[in-house]
Design a protein around this ligand. Sequence first.
Ligand SMILES: [Ca+2]
Length: 213
Amino acid sequence: MSLFSARIGLLGTASKEGLVEKGQADFTLSHVLPGGRGLKMEVWSGKRPNSLDEIWRYNENTTGYWSQWIDSLPYIFPNEYDLFTTRTKGFFVPTVSGNFSIYLHCDDRCDLYLSNSSRPEDKVKVAFQPRYVRNYFQLESQKSGAIFMEKGKPYYLELLQQEYYGLSHINIALFQEESSFTADQSDDAVNEIQNILAAYEVFDEEQVPDQEF
Ligand SMILES: [Ca+2]
């Protein structure tokens, strides 16, 4: 398995309402570095688990498995793909330090895990969307709590997702909160949404992320 990272930069601002109107993505690729392949997405076709947690038990030998690299979000699946699950892995590398809230929106449902380090074993569920909703702002659980992240450090993430029928996509938006150091803030403190630019690097096998950063 290759190790890779996603470096996220913040560029420009848009209103929260603007994001709703756009209805998608503020997570776009700025450029792909040499050798970059993006986030690794593993897919299992023909699956309809009762819980997304069942995806943890899937692997390369599970029926319906295939994988791909994606280099931008939102990622929109072809319409004809139905009844599948995905597991997408990568690293956030913020270009500024501060408190962030991550917003999650997918079709049909998804769980977002984030580590406070580059280690996959540190990951915890920070946001989830248990059913189809039309945008980022329908369920409280689609928004993470305030998460302090340091500029230049890699934070491991995983996104589990399940599609039943029809349209399907995954998307993440990142808000930087007004105050950099207050852990518990109201929605009013989120005064702007940052557009996210991501670039990706892929490192050769057997390298350790901590040695890379
Ligand atoms: Ca769907």
